[in-house]
Design a protein. Structure first.
Length: 133
């Protein structure tokens, strides 16, 4: 039963991605269709139009195979040895630096959001205690 649920969830994710692609092709929006699809999915999840449990296991299944999608790109680099020269070193440094910046930004943002949630919870508890007195 779990496999069938995962299949339906993956199909739902792909349907939403195809809707984004359809919107991209017909409305000529400059954002790629798959990105539009995942923005639609994010919006639906944020507004609870689609419950998270409808895509939870399917998205986890897809993420488990994500590294396989990078293998063709890595093998393709071997066809262009010039990328492995000084330009390649510069590209690798840019990727490493941008990854570090992204990790730092994501970490700081999650820490900020966590602190804000804790403060909000403490304020609610304080206001609850002050109204009881």
């Amino acid at each position: 039963m779990k496999i069938i649920r995962i299949i339906f969830q993956v199909v739902l994710i792909f349907i939403i991605s195809f809707v984004g692609d359809w919107i991209h092709r017909h409305l000529h929006i400059p954002i790629p269709g798959n990105i539009l699809g995942f923005l639609i999915l994010l919006t639906c999840l944020s507004f609870k139009i689609i419950p998270a449990k409808w895509v939870d296991e399917g998205s986890g299944f897809i993420l488990a195979f994500l590294p396989l999608f990078f293998i063709p790109a890595t093998v393709g680099i071997m066809n262009h040895p010039s990328l492995l020269s000084w330009q390649g070193i510069a590209l690798i440094l840019i990727v490493i630096i941008s990854s570090i910046i992204t990790l730092i930004a994501a970490g700081r943002t999650s820490q900020f959001l966590e602190r804000r949630a804790v403060r909000r919870k403490e304020e609610m508890e304080c206001s609850k205690h002050s109204t009881q007195l």
